[in-house]
Design a protein around this ligand. Structure first.
Ligand code: SF4
Ligand code: SF4
Length: 308
C-alpha cells in the first residue's frame, strides 16, 4: 500500500470514529512505511496492533524503533513447534528468531501475545510447542482455528482440519493448559455443539472463547493494499468495494456499508448451516461456526444436536 493511500485511509478511519486497528499482511514488518503508519494511526487516536511472524523482531534496532514509535500491541504468529518443524512447514527456520524477538519486545516494556493457528500439520505437535513456550516463560497464547480460503472460484481446505478434529484439539489444549494453570484463549470457528457440554460451559463461563464471525454482524473493515474492502482475509481476491470508488467519506461509506448488496451478503453468511441450529439456544453465541467451513465440509456430518 502506498503511504499516500495509507494516510488517506487513516484520515477516513479517524472520521469514522475507529479506535483500534490491526496491521497484518502478508508480513507487515517488511512494509517500508510501517513506522510512519504506526505514528499516523496514533496521532489519529487509533491504536495499532501489529500481527507478525516475529522474524524481524529479533533485530533489536527494528524492535526499538517500533516501540519508540508508540506501538503497544504486538501479536506474534507461531507456525511450528521448533526449528526443525519450522523448516519442514515453512521452508525457513525462524523459531529461534521468534523467541528472541518476543524477549526483545518484552524487555522494551511491551508483552507480546503469541497466536497459534490450528492446522492439520501443527495439531499433533501443539503440546510440544506449548511445553517449549512454557520453558521460555511464555504463557500468553491465543489460538485460532484454521478455516478454508476462497481462491478464485474455488474453496480450498488444504491443510485445514475438519470441525470435529478442531473440536478435539481445542478440548485437548484446554485440558492441557488447565492442568498447568495457564491462560486459555481461543477464537472458535466451529459449532459449539461439537464440544463436550461440561467443557463448553466452563469455557463460556470463564470467557476463554470468542465466537461468531465479524462479517455476520458487519463489524470490522479489512482494507487490502489497494484500498479494497475484503470480507475477511480468507477472501483475498473478492473485494466488497473500494475506497475512492464505492465510498470516499463517512457519509458515502455509511450508504455503501448499510446498502442492499452488503445486507444481502451478510444475510447469506447468517444462514443456518443446519435446521438443528434453528432451535438452538446458543445460536446468537455460536452463529453455526465459520460459514466458509460449510462451503467445504458437509454440516450434516458434524451438527448432530442443538444446545438445550
Ligand atoms: S447454533 Fe448450530 S452449530 Fe451452533 S451449537 Fe447450536 S446447533 Fe450447534
Ligand atoms: S468467514 Fe468469518 S469466521 Fe470464517 S474466517 Fe472469515 S471472519 Fe472468520
Amino acid at each position: 500500500m502506498s503511504l499516500g493511500l495509507a494516510n488517506q485511509l487513516i484520515g477516513f478511519l479517524e472520521k469514522l470514529g475507529v479506535k483500534q486497528t490491526i496491521l497484518i499482511g502478508g508480513e507487515p514488518t517488511i512494509y517500508p512505511h510501517l513506522l510512519p503508519v504506526i505514528k499516523g494511526l496514533l496521532e489519529a487516536g487509533i491504536a495499532p496492533n501489529l500481527v507478525t511472524n516475529g522474524k524481524k523482531l529479533a533485530d533489536a534496532s527494528f524492535s526499538e524503533a517500533l516501540i519508540e514509535a508508540g506501538l503497544k500491541k504486538i501479536s506474534i504468529s507461531v507456525k511450528a513447534a521448533d526449528s526443525l518443524q519450522y523448516m519442514e512447514l515453512t521452508g525457513v527456520d525462524c523459531y529461534n528468531d521468534v523467541i528472541s524477538g518476543y524477549k526483545i519486545i518484552k524487555s522494551l516494556g511491551v508483552e507480546p501475545s503469541l497466536s497459534i493457528t490450528l492446522v492439520s500439520k501443527l495439531i499433533p505437535h501443539v503440546e510440544r510447542l506449548l511445553n517449549n513456550l512454557l520453558e521460555e516463560d511464555i504463557t500468553a497464547v491465543t489460538f485460532d482455528m484454521g478455516s478454508p480460503v476462497v481462491v478464485g472460484d474455488i474453496i480450498s481446505g488444504e491443510g485445514i482440519p475438519d470441525p470435529k478434529e478442531l473440536a478435539d484439539s481445542c478440548v485437548n489444549i484446554y485440558r492441557f493448559l488447565k492442568e498447568k494453570n495457564n491462560r486459555f484463549n481461543m477464537r472458535i470457528s466451529i459449532p459449539l455443539c461439537l464440544l463436550p457440554d461440561d467443557i463448553r460451559n466452563e469455557m463460556k463461563d470463564s470467557q476463554a472463547i470468542m465466537t461468531c464471525c465479524h462479517i455476520q454482524g458487519g463489524e470490522g473493515l479489512i482494507f487490502d493494499q489497494v484500498g479494497e474492502i475484503l470480507p475477511c482475509n480468507h477472501f483475498p481476491a473478492h473485494p466488497l468495494g473500494k475506497f475512492g470508488v464505492d465510498f470516499s467519506d463517512v457519509e458515502t461509506f455509511m450508504n455503501f456499508w448499510h446498502g442492499k448488496e452488503m445486507e444481502e451478503f451478510r444475510n447469506l453468511t447468517r444462514r443456518f448451516p443446519s435446521e438443528i441450529c434453528e432451535g438452538c439456544k446458543d445460536w446468537d453465541y455460536c452463529g453455526g461456526g465459520c460459514f466458509l467451513e460449510w462451503l467445504y465440509f458437509d454440516p450434516n456430518k458434524f451438527i448432530k444436536k442443538e444446545v438445550k
